[in-house]
Design a protein around this ligand. Structure first.
Ligand SMILES: [Ca+2]
Ligand SMILES: [Ca+2]
Length: 436
């Protein structure tokens, strides 16, 4: 059952030609930062290197907007290491979860100087080590989950008029045309009006709507619409999944979504304040290192990297931690709520994000963090493929260019082993054991 709006603005724009509130497919607007009020978080006083209190950390991953909480967000167990303990660096001596790599604990400088205002201030973060999926979750892996559980994603369900109650007035809700209330998801609109879309300057958030459309029948089984399928995409990343869809997968797999800090730390691959997972040069030696958009977005995709849409995961080199596609291919959901001012208040150790969400462009829509950019990102607009770049999305909306990968804390290893979808490496010579 839907519990919140799905991409209400794109849906209404598609069916009525009128957008009421916005969508954040790729709208990181640098001009919004100065108007953001400075609201302290529950962990604002915890900037001395101590671990956040477990209870408050769990609460920090809380759920405004009526979105059900689940394993998408870190649990109290994940934050149970007291401040006086040294950071967990080395991988525990247990059977490694299948498809995951160990990201050793440590400290790093989070944020970057060359992007948007919400990437500042650069601040030190200390993290305990964790396992992370080496690739984005694939269509095949998500299908294994859906086949085992019968799970139905948000995009596969018919929206109801009352789903929009938090974002629209009663009059606006009543004006939604019946034909708009069909299952679907957000896709690129190749027929956008090229005469009205700006060239040579950054489009406004409202203008960005023009290049997206709510496509009926689009979902993870039909990524480009009802006439498309997944038979030839099993090794490609899942897309059209909402945050809650990802959380449901994580619950089944015994994992959780990464915090934003974990995601950026992992993406950096051990490099200090470099722009990309592989260094500072986007195309070293003229070689494309990731699946993004070449040419001027959204007019012309020159397709120089060989992939116009999603590419099979691990088509490009891994970073220093053995992680693939941390830049490009699809955006990846994180557990944190989005606030542009969070870095001013972030605790130092194992930050779990703010207690609530605020996108100044769309303050009524609860949004979670997305990271890493996608095949739709390019140099003349969002540059979301930089490791410091931040994005946010309506928690109940999937899109054709956002997926996810999961992580696992050492403290949750025993719970993981008991999860119905858990898998550990099959080549282990050791008997199955659980963490200490
Ligand atoms: Ca590409
Ligand atoms: Ca990615």
């Amino acid at each position: 059952m839907r519990t919140s709006s799905i991409s209400v603005s794109i849906l209404l724009l598609t069916f009525t030609g009128c957008a009421i509130v916005g969508f954040s497919g790729c709208d990181n607007d640098a001009s919004t930062e100065s108007s953001v009020p400075q609201v302290p978080t529950a962990d604002a006083s915890n900037t001395d290197g101590g671990a956040p209190d477990a209870a408050s950390s769990a609460a920090n991953a809380g759920t405004p907007g009526g979105v059900s909480d689940s394993s998408g967000a870190p649990s109290a167990a994940d934050a149970s290491r007291p401040a006086e303990q040294t950071l967990l660096v080395s991988e525990p001596e247990v059977d490694r979860p299948t498809g995951m790599v160990w990201v050793p604990g440590g400290k790093f400088k989070m944020g970057g100087p060359d992007g948007f205002p919400d990437e500042l201030p650069i601040h030190e973060v200390q993290l305990d080590g964790f396992w992370m999926d080496s690739t984005e979750v694939t269509v095949a892996e998500f299908k294994r989950f859906a086949d085992a559980t019968g799970y139905v994603t948000v995009a596969e369900q018919k929206p109801k008029r009352e789903d929009f109650a938090d974002q629209l007035t009663p009059e606006q809700m009543a004006a939604i045309p019946e034909e708009a209330l069909v299952p679907g998801s957000i896709c690129f609109n190749p027929d956008f009006d090229r005469q009205t879309f700006p060239e040579g300057r950054r489009p406004t958030p409202a203008e960005i709507y023009l290049v997206w459309m709510y496509k009926r029948g689009a979902n993870w089984r039909h990524p480009d619409g009802p006439d498309s399928g997944i038979e030839d995409r099993m090794d490609q990343p899942i897309s059209h999944v909402s945050w809650s869809d990802c959380a449901a997968y994580c619950e089944w797999a015994g994992k959780r979504l990464p915090t934003e800090a974990e995601w950026e730390y992992a993406a950096r691959g051990g490099r200090d304040q470099e722009t990309y997972p592989w260094g500072n040069e986007r195309e070293p030696g003229g070689r494309w290192m990731t699946n993004i958009w070449q040419g001027e977005w959204p007019f012309k995709n020159l397709n120089q990297d060989g992939h116009e849409k999603t590419s099979p995961v691990a088509s490009y080199e891994a970073n220093g931690y053995g992680l693939y596609d941390m830049s490009g291919n699809v955006w990846e959901w994180c557990s944190d709520w989005y606030r542009p001012d969070y870095y001013e208040n972030s605790p130092t150790r194992n930050p779990f994000g703010p207690v609530d969400s605020l996108d100044p462009n769309e303050p009524n829509i609860p949004k979670r963090i997305q990271r890493g950019g996608s095949f739709m990102c390019n140099a003349n607009y969002c540059t979301g493929y930089r490791v410091a770049a931040r994005m946010k999305g309506d928690v109940m909306s999937g899109t054709w260019h956002c997926g996810f990968r999961a992580v696992l804390s050492s403290a949750s290893y025993e719970k993981f082993r008991q999860a119905p979808g858990a898998r550990v490496r099959s080549n282990s010579a050791k008997p199955a054991t659980v963490g200490n």
